[in-house]
Each structure stands twice: as C-alpha cells, then as structure tokens.
Design a protein around this ligand. Structure first.
Ligand code: ZN
Length: 151
C-alpha cells in the first residue's frame, strides 16, 4: 500500500540534507525574500525568466526548518524550465492541497512529487513552513520589493 507518511519523511529528509537548486544564480531577472516569523524560516529566491515567460532557472538560499528547506527544494525542482503560468497553477494546487481535509487524497497527477508535502496537513503549525517558498516565489515573479511573509 502507498504509505504517504513514510514517503513524506523520506523525501523531506533527503531534500533537507541535499537541497536541489541551493545557492545563488549568477544571473537573475527576479528575486525576493521571504520570512516565516512563526518558525524563523528565511528564504531568498533567485529567478531567471526569459522573454517568453519561461522559468529558465531558479535557485534559493536560506535557513530554516527541514520542511521549509525541503519544500523550497521540491518547488524549485518542479517549476524549473516551465512557464510562469504553470507556477501560478501549481501555487493554487499546492495551497489547496495543504489546506484541504485530511481525507482528501492529494492530486499527485498534477502535483507530482510535491504531493508528499500533503503530510503537513497533520501539523497545522508547519503549513506555513511548507508554503513560505511559494509565497516568496510569487513575490519574485510579481517583482515585489516587499519581503513575502506568512504572517
Ligand atoms: Zn519552519
């Protein structure tokens, strides 16, 4: 049987230990800061969006709990090379997933690996850790110079 909890833990541990796309982009078109005061997670996202609206490259730096780092790692992996429009759809899907009822199975066809983060629904105080990178990414895309905050 598919055990979401086991998978959730494995993936979080793996992405926290060796986060993907961690570091600074040498060339970026957009960037933003994000802060989750509840947990103390801090992220900075670098983006390179080309003239056709494709996310050519994305990376992040920051410090935070395992969930915030793993979530940023998974998110950057999921959106790299895709149109900004896809990011916006995924943002909504992800937001829906982490705030939906526990009985609702995540839509892993749309969310792919991101579906493992559905586990945070069991720990309401961690939901903001998981969504911080998404809010930070949205600020970067929108070119906001205000840091994204979860509060
Ligand atoms: Zn956190």
């Amino acid at each position: 049987m598919f055990d979401l909890r086991d998978l959730y833990q494995q993936v979080i541990v793996d992405h926290n230990k060796s986060p993907r796309n961690f570091g600074k982009l040498s060339e970026c078109s957009h960037e933003a800061d994000g802060y989750n005061p509840l947990c103390g997670d801090k992220l900075h996202i670098y983006l390179k969006i080309d003239d056709d609206g494709i996310i050519e490259d994305v990376s992040f730096e920051g410090e935070g709990c395992a969930i915030s780092i793993a979530s940023a790692s998974l998110m950057t992996d999921a959106i790299k090379g895709r149109p900004v429009k896809d990011f916006e759809h995924l943002f909504d899907d992800f937001q829906h997933m982490v705030t939906s009822d526990l009985s609702e199975m995540p839509d892993d066809e749309r969310l792919g690996k991101l579906a493992v983060l559905a586990g945070v629904r069991e720990f309401p105080s961690r939901i903001k850790c998981a969504t911080l990178c998404w809010h930070t990414m949205k600020s970067a895309v929108q070119g906001s110079d205000q840091p994204a905050r979860t509060e």
